[in-house]
Ligand binder design. Structure first.
Ligand SMILES: [Zn+2]
Length: 382
């Protein structure tokens, strides 16, 4: 059973990130793990994060939905968690998948403000409407509560269940147009320290991850939320495009395309950074779709698709599903993707810009918890 829980925690690990382009909601992990009435289990459990992520996935109608987790430093030594859970959270912290802070304060709200994301919390935030007007908008603050078949959301304002996103705040747009570097060596959020001559500095810039979390602006200047250190400007943030894979009407995965890294998509593309579709395909689609079926590149802001398959693919101009409008893409052929165009690897298997993709049918996404709902109930009670 311990092995199974480890597998569940690994699955949850795939759903925490500080990538501003991919995170879909902000949570305070110290708060989430203590929502004991979600499962009636131990006082603190990391599995509750999985339950909340599943609920978000169901509500948005998308698979593989990640959350941006703020973690109070005390959680790394919280005796109510198992030693395995503490180890897992430490690993997430070391890898920059979560933000570990000595004083989280209202960082959760700041991140939500900068990125335009909903907040999942049971705390009443009414008093903060003056500072963050979006707190008063329907669906921007939701409380996960127990429901039949897992947690459900209740919006603090408006009473609905749907998480609402907003625009990035002007400060967020500005601060996210640059890359930032933390002077603290080995900073998981803003790259290594560098120093020691011009070339060492250049090398340090190269190590700065392409997708950084938003710096905190609470001190009046871009600052590392983890180390409290002023960040230095490491140049313009590279252009990116957020794309999505939709299979059988359900958005399965979003991913970020950068100008430095092409992305291979197929049944099981080789190498890191590829998007593997095999797990979501039926037998016919698996036979048709090559291991690496298409390659996507971002060139001066344009998305270019190249067919790398045996059987070819197609482009649906403007997302049109009319058969006579489908443009065939022969093996080795390339094409610039126009606004709203969808690439079709096989009927019902589509790739396009995330903004143009929504799940067009009611589906139950795969649970990040796998068999965990029953496992959570089997956990020893205090
Ligand atoms: Zn730092």
């Amino acid at each position: 059973m311990r092995f199974e829980i480890s597998k569940v925690l690994d699955a949850i690990e795939g759903r925490v990130c500080t990538d501003p382009s991919l995170a879909r909601a902000v949570v305070d992990l110290a708060e989430v793990i203590r929502w004991q009435n979600l499962d009636g289990g131990r006082p603190a459990s990391l599995l509750r994060l999985g339950m909340v992520i599943d609920a978000l996935s169901r509500q948005i109608g998308e698979d593989s939905v990640p959350v941006y987790a703020i973690v109070h430093r005390a959680l790394l030594s919280d005796a109510d968690l198992t030693s395995n859970e503490r180890m897992v959270v430490r690993r997430w912290a070391d890898d920059g998948l979560v933000e570990v802070l000595d004083q989280p304060g209202d960082r959760m709200l700041e991140v939500a403000d900068l990125l335009g994301l909903p907040v999942l919390t049971r705390a009443r935030l009414d008093g903060l409407v003056g500072r963050y007007p979006w707190v008063g908008q329907a669906g921007r603050v939701l409380a996960p509560v127990p429901g039949a078949g897992g947690p459900v959301f209740i919006a603090h304002v408006g009473g609905g269940q749907d998480p609402a996103t907003g625009s990035r705040s002007p400060a967020g747009v500005k601060v996210l147009s640059r890359k930032w570097r933390c002077p603290e060596p080995g900073c998981a959020l803003f790259g290594g320290g560098g120093g020691g001559g011009a070339f060492a500095d250049l090398a340090a810039v190269d190590r700065v991850p392409a997708e950084q979390p938003p710096p905190t602006l609470r001190t009046g200047a871009p600052t590392c939320p983890r180390h409290g250190a002023r960040l230095s400007d490491a140049g313009p943030r590279p252009r990116t495009a957020v794309l999505a894979v939709r299979i059988g009407g359900l958005v399965r995965k979003r991913f970020v395309l950068t100008e430095t890294e092409p992305v291979a998509i197929g049944r099981a593309p080789d190498g890191p950074g590829g998007v593997t579709l095999g797990q979501w395909l039926n037998d016919e689609a698996r036979r048709w779709i090559s291991r690496s079926h298409i390659r996507l590149e971002l060139r001066v802001g344009e998305v270019v698709v190249t067919d790398t398959s045996t059987n070819g693919s197609g482009v649906r101009p403007g997302g049109s599903m009319a058969e006579h409008e489908r443009i065939a893409l022969a093996p080795q052929q390339s094409r610039v993707l126009a606004e709203s165009d969808l690439i079709e690897l096989y009927p019902g298997v589509q790739v396009g810009r995330a903004d143009d993709m929504s799940s067009d049918a009611k589906y139950i996404p795969n649970s990040v918890m796998a068999e965990a709902p029953t496992m959570a109930m089997r956990l020893p009670r205090p």
